[in-house]
Write a new protein. Structure first.
Length: 62
């Protein structure tokens, strides 16, 4: 599923974002298939590192 939508490697980008330190956090923009509409749509995800975990929550922008 990596690279879905617009070919962006969003999981790789996510790991790189969170590898910047123990206080890493930020927003990520990508496209992903919405399971409700079955359409590829823009999505935003907020990510924050907590110890050795990456916690994230995403929303579809449509």
């Amino acid at each position: 599923m990596e690279g879905e939508g617009d070919g962006k490697y969003f999981v790789k980008e996510r790991v790189e974002m969170m590898s910047k330190g123990p206080e890493a956090k930020g927003w990520q923009e990508y496209k992903f298939m919405n399971p409700v509409t079955r359409q590829t749509e823009p999505k935003s995800m907020y990510l924050q590192r907590y110890e050795d975990l990456i916690v994230g929550c995403g929303i579809y922008k449509n």
